[in-house]
Design a protein around this ligand. Structure first.
Ligand SMILES: Nc1ncnc2c1ncn2[C@@H]1O[C@H](COP(=O)(O)OP(=O)(O)O)[C@@H](O)[C@H]1O
Ligand SMILES: [Mg+2]
Length: 284
């Protein structure tokens, strides 16, 4: 082992250290300074280590402290909260406000939105929605579902870590939009999403398409027209008949702050209730 003649002492012997080992000792000292318990874990792990293992000491401790940060110490999982509704009902506005409010109160919460345009599948969907490409209707439906499935491992991991997820659109939008097209049944449309994590709460922002239009004209994306949005609303109403799901219908015509207070209060109740309940499968 190359050494630069620097010596340090363990409890039992004098060691000659290489420069990388010397760096590890410096890091370790800094690390100990930041430990409330004076770094006892370090002593536990490192007493009597051989000089060859010394360079791994800091890396091991660092990995262990990262792991500890990922483990959910409360034993409670996070809640899966979904916001749904027709275009312009206020979903994105309310998701952001809810996230801010929960985080300000010290809760661990994060935001997800579907479609997630950041993945390879999401890019295909994006190009379709922006009318830059045309795709067959069944294919599009399956791509939307695949876009949710590709986030399922992340969703489960975050919930188990105790992080509450606020989700801007989920499978219900997927099903309502495709089943609003002629010749699609609700039953067929639900199948690809059977088994994704079941939301603990679905907040449906109820707004008539005519009121939604008053919030600004629909843009140029596919589906952004009043007739289609009315069909979508009908399909949402069908989905809301399912008593196995925790739907809460919100009056989305009220002002942003009042709606926010209602949404926050429903969410906090559900966050309390989930405890360590297992994450269930949707529509199974
Ligand atoms: N409760 C509300 N009252 C009036 N306007 C609203 C309300 N909520 C949202 N808006 C406005 O309506 C538009 C659409 O809101 P957004 O949150 O993007 O809807 P969505 O995500 O459901 O399509 C935005 O301009 C937003 O500022
Ligand atoms: Mg939105």
């Amino acid at each position: 082992m190359a050494t630069d003649g620097v010596h340090t002492h363990t409890h039992t012997r004098t060691l000659k250290l290489s420069s990388s080992e010397k760096k590890a000792v410096v890091y370790e000292k800094k690390w100990r300074l930041h430990q409330p318990d004076g770094g006892w874990r370090c002593d536990l792990v490192c007493t009597h280590v051989s000089p060859l293992l010394l360079r791994w000491r800091f890396a091991l401790l660092f990995a262990a402290s990262r792991l500890a940060a990922r483990v959910n110490m409360s034993g409670r999982r996070g809640a899966l909260i979904v916001l749904e509704g027709v275009d312009r009902a206020g979903k994105t506005t309310q998701c952001r406000k809810l996230l801010d409010a929960l985080q300000r109160e010290g809760h661990r919460a994060e935001l997800l939105r579907f479609p997630d345009r950041g993945t390879a599948i999401g890019q295909l969907i994006n190009s379709y929605l922006e009318k830059k490409s045309n795709l067959e209707d069944h294919t599009v439906h399956l791509l939307f579902a695949a876009n949710r499935w590709e986030r399922v491992p992340l969703i489960k991991e975050k919930l188990q870590q105790g992080i509450t997820l606020i989700v801007d659109r989920y499978a219900f939008s997927g099903v309502a939009f495709t089943s609003a097209k002629p010749e699609f049944t609700l039953t067929w449309c639900k199948q690809p999403d059977v088994g994704i994590p079941k939301p603990d709460l679905i907040l449906f922002l109820q707004l008539s398409p005519s009121d939604a239009m008053k919030r600004g004209d629909f843009g140029n994306e596919r589906y952004e027209n009043r007739h289609f949005q009315e069909q979508v609303l009908r399909q949402f109403n069908e989905l809301m008949q399912d008593e196995n799901l925790n739907w809460k219908v919100m009056d989305a015509s009220q002002c942003i702050d009042d709606l926010h207070q209602e949404i926050k209060s429903h969410t906090e109740k559900v966050m309390e209730q989930v405890g360590d309940n297992p994450i269930r499968d949707l529509w199974r």
